[in-house]
Design a protein around this ligand. Structure first.
Ligand SMILES: [Zn+2]
Length: 273
């Protein structure tokens, strides 16, 4: 099953907007979680994955939606190379939700800085599709919009080019993002429906956009049996043999759903380096 996909980025030189578009990797389009939670999960993922474009080389981030109503946690970890993993907990949310209340946190890890850069915004009855747009506006004062396709396979991030990247001396009366979206509505609709990146590039260039860059994205969980051992050993020290009263332990990775089994001997023979 294909875990890879890409983000295409285009520039509108005339209006100083960037348009990024991505498709969910095929493996994620066929969801592994309960069907009732599927659209919540995909919406959150399509809403947050485009933030990868803001990462500079070797930066990584962890994005957390701590929702109180309804109660769930969504987590996305991603790096500038486009590798990511994500989870929704609980996986069996009993229904799809359109609005959430709670908070959105982002922790950005920058090379050679010991402390991550953290920002938190409160979300209050916020539409799932608006989460990242609100976050970018409140935390980064960035004018942007993320739009998700109806069939939940593609999303687009449209943002004004940050001021420092503009080489002109002044911009006279820049177009407001809402008007910009209206102006490009039919192009945006066409791109959202597409699942062919060659066609997307042709359409965008035909409409006057300059193709800038293609970034790979790749669902990639680096979990391992060893990673679970230290915490299991802690519990084993407290509970002793009863920890194995039902036979070998079974743990499933929350991100990639891989199954791991542990015998008592696995714990006893583990040496911490
Ligand atoms: Zn995993």
């Amino acid at each position: 099953m294909d875990n890879t996909s890409k983000i295409l980025t285009f520039l509108d030189r005339k209006n100083d907007f960037l348009i990024h578009t991505l498709e969910l990797p095929l493996s994620m389009q066929e969801s592994h979680i309960s069907s009732t939670a599927e659209s919540t999960y995909k919406t959150l993922l399509l809403n947050s994955l485009p933030l990868i474009v803001f990462l500079k080389k070797e930066e990584t981030f962890g994005l957390y939606v701590d929702s109180i109503i309804p109660e769930f946690l969504f987590k996305l970890e991603a790096n500038s190379a486009g590798q990511f993993r994500s989870l929704l907990s609980p996986e069996d949310l009993s229904q799809d939700f359109k609005e959430v209340t709670g908070s959105l946190r982002l922790k950005k890890y920058i090379p050679f800085q010991t402390e991550p850069y953290s920002s938190v915004v409160d979300i209050n009855e916020t539409n799932l599709e608006e989460l990242s747009t609100q976050f970018l506006r409140k935390s980064y004062q960035l004018e942007s919009k993320i739009i998700i396709s109806k069939d939940l396979h593609r999303s687009m991030l449209i943002n004004r080019v940050p001021k420092s990247n503009i080489d002109r001396l002044e911009i006279i009366d820049p177009i407001k993002i809402d008007n910009y979206l209206k102006l490009n509505n039919s192009l945006i609709e066409k791109i959202l429906e597409s699942n062919d990146s060659t066609n997307i590039q042709i359409e965008m260039e035909k409409s006057g956009f300059t193709f800038l860059v293609e970034r790979p994205i790749n669902f990639n969980c680096k979990c391992s049996k060893e990673q679970f051992l230290p915490s299991l050993i802690q519990i084993y020290k407290q509970e002793g043999k009863s920890f194995f009263s039902k036979g070998n332990l079974h743990i499933r990775c929350d991100y990639c759903k891989k199954n791991y089994y542990f015998s008592e001997n696995d714990l006893l023979s583990f040496k911490i380096n």
